[in-house]
Unconditional design. Sequence first.
Length: 290
Amino acid sequence: MYVLDEPRKHGDDSHTALSDRVQLDQDVSLFYKMGTPDSGSSLRFLRAHGIIMIFTWILIASTGVLISRYFKVSWANSFICGKAAWFASHRFIMSVAAILTILGFFFVLAFLKGAWVAKGSTRQYAHSVTGAIVISLAFFQPFIALFRCEPDSRFRFIFNLVHAFVGFSSFILATTTLFLATYFEIFKDHKGRTMMIIWSIWVALIFISFEIIQSYYRKKAGESNYTNINTSTASLGENAEGPKSSTTSSSTFANTEENSSQTKVKNILLAVHVLVAAIISIVMATDLQS
């Protein structure tokens, strides 16, 4: 057992050790002044990084994923600036998520002063590796989207698979990265970890709920009727990526009573998800050390 009681200064880069007991045979995380007169300035970079990543991947990205996967049909009749509402919303939301992810990376880069986490810190190192992968995927995903072919192209399925794989991989890895971060001293207590457990359960429930809703209305409408109106409009919804035309008018997307009811249920569920994600994000953000 070693007791740090006196502030130690070494050269120009001074690090002040706080009075605390440190057991040398245990892994501990120490946050200290990083060569700056303001003891809280470096920690503010880390806190900004945490807040940005929490809101980006819990609230923003999850909403964008749900819209893309489950609202091609439900919002088939709605357009924003000539683009299908689901497509315009998904593109805007995920672009914001990508920008914020890169911004969050620069904050942690400033906190670490460009250094990489040592391998000796198991969770910290794992967090840095998964985080780097998420940042890379988030950076390249918008560029992948730029090279998408026309919806009716025979090669479109390749883009759909790649785009979906990169998107879901980054989302799952981001959740893992956030969970690892809850073990760091930057969190005041175990509240952040509890919120991440709740979030993981909620994400599973929300996807299952949407799948159940679609399955229910598929059976309710009848397989043949559903195929004509709903399943086929997955591709029709993709066709609506482009400007609204006679082929993408409301007459093309005949909105049945069943589909209208399905849309209302999905909209309510999406609103509930946004509320839950926002609450979890706020609770986790306020649990960070200031």
